[in-house]
Design a protein around this ligand. Structure first.
Ligand SMILES: CC(C)(COP(=O)(O)OP(=O)(O)OC[C@H]1O[C@@H](n2cnc3c(N)ncnc32)[C@H](O)[C@@H]1OP(=O)(O)O)[C@@H](O)C(=O)NCCC(=O)NCCS
Length: 193
């Protein structure tokens, strides 16, 4: 069953994120940071989050934003003291992580596409449930909500060497837009029409 994510799913979504989105810099900020991130995504009117649940357990999730810059602004500027507390231990341990935090704020510029503001952010499926069409169902569901709100095109950025997600997006019918560098990694930007 695919359903909208609830606050009670935050721990499981953060767990799936930590386990399977290996390339993400956010993982280094720890579970508290991730829980705060997903809480904000779930409650925001600027974002969407759906889960795939089977026998009462969440086995996959997807998130997206209508406009990432608005979501960022809502999350970080209104509650900057909460984020400061969450990221401070990481900055003290690894001062070089500041450059990644600054780069996070440049993401919207690097992944800019004229007239396309809506975006798929993260997706992860428990390995036991992969290659069964679950990710395709989650993307269908989130795209349906985007369309209901009048959004016709959605972008999605991936790490170039994450072959699985790139193959998945190509088979889903996403169009290659361009490559760009982020956190020193080669990224691919796609459009789903
Ligand atoms: C990428 C991912 C979301 C795909 O989930 P999934 O539920 O297995 O995808 P689907 O079953 O809907 O796949 C549909 C099609 O995409 C393609 N595909 C999906 N995963 C693939 C892979 N690892 N390699 C090659 N093709 C793949 C296939 O054509 C597949 O159709 P088929 O099973 O009939 O061959 C999943 O592998 C995953 O969670 N990866 C780890 C998390 C991650 O890297 N997320 C992206 C960064 S946010």
């Amino acid at each position: 069953m695919i359903r909208q994510a609830k606050e009670s799913d935050i721990t499981r979504i953060s767990e799936l994120y930590c386990l399977y989105i290996e390339d993400s810099f956010f993982v280094h900020f720890g579970k508290g940071f991730l829980k705060e991130l997903f809480k904000n995504i779930i409650i925001s009117k600027h974002a969407l989050c759906f889960v795939y649940e089977i026998d009462g357990k969440v086995q996959g999730f997807i998130t997206g934003a209508f406009q990432l810059s608005k979501l960022f602004r809502e999350m970080f500027f209104r509650k900057c003291h909460v984020w400061a507390i969450k990221v401070m231990p990481q900055i003290i341990r690894y001062p070089s992580s500041i450059k990644y935090i600054i780069e996070s704020f440049l993401y919207s510029v690097k992944a800019h596409i004229e007239n396309i503001n809506s975006e798929l952010l993260f997706i992860a499926i428990e390995p036991e449930f992969r290659k069964k069409g679950v990710a395709s169902l989650l993307v269908d569901r989130i795209i349906k909500d985007f369309r209901n709100k009048g959004v016709s095109k959605v972008k999605v950025a991936t790490v170039k060497n994450n072959k699985g997600v790139n193959k998945f997006l190509e088979s889903y019918g996403a169009y290659f837009e361009r490559e760009f560098k982020f956190y020193g990694k080669n990224m691919i930007l796609y459009i789903i029409k």
